[in-house]
Design a protein. Structure first.
Length: 199
């Protein structure tokens, strides 16, 4: 039964999720699948608009409180290996509030392998967002959230690259029907002047 539920989740999201969330009760796993199906099946005038060149989401951290430390796409790791980075990293102080980038429903709110403490939201029109390496989580699975609502705080849980004692940052992903896309194409312009003084 558990394997069938996991397969349903993978089919409905288009991505594989390996995490400590898999240790949750079977009913919670089934609820994750139901949450995604419910959100994707909704038809509403408030659905996320898709307008090329115009912002779809809001920044998950106030722009005065972070600087972009890693972008979407190929990057070179300290060991010299090039690997695709599936989101953007926002370096910030530990404990900085993290907000939902759009109205949605919480699919996961738990510790995930590699990502650490993570919140995964499902939005209308087939979008999903992931907020990883959190220090704390402020929402629960199945909860409805609104754009700008706090869902957690910045941290460095899970696997992070660091050059000092603290690697606190938010790893943020946007997915469309399970396919990762560059968040900067759907966010308001990044104001470098707002973060001229690095955290």
């Amino acid at each position: 039964m558990i394997n069938r539920v996991i397969r349903l989740f993978i089919i409905s999201t288009g991505i594989m999720v390996t995490s400590a969330c898999s240790l949750l009760a079977e009913s919670k796993k089934q609820r994750s699948v139901n949450v995604l199906k419910k959100v994707d099946g909704q038809k509403s005038k408030s659905a996320i608009p898709v307008h090329p060149g115009k912002p779809v989401f809001v920044w998950p951290i106030d722009q005065h409180n972070f600087w972009l430390s890693s972008y979407f796409g190929l990057r070179t790791l300290p060991n010299g290996i090039k690997k695709k980075h599936h989101g953007i990293d926002m370096a910030s102080r530990r404990g900085t509030p993290v907000y939902a980038a759009a109205d949605g429903t919480v699919v996961h709110a738990c510790y995930m392998n590699g990502y650490g403490k993570t919140v995964y939201l499902a939005h209308k029109v087939g979008y999903q967002t992931r907020y990883a390496h959190l220090n704390s989580i402020r929402v629960e699975q199945g909860q409805t959230v609104h754009a700008g609502q706090q869902i957690g705080t910045v941290g460095d849980t899970g696997f992070t690259l660091k050059s000092g004692k603290d690697a606190s940052h938010l790893h943020f992903e946007i997915l469309k029907s399970g396919n990762r896309i560059d968040p900067l194409t759907l966010l308001p312009p990044y104001e470098t002047s707002a973060t001229s003084k690095r955290i």
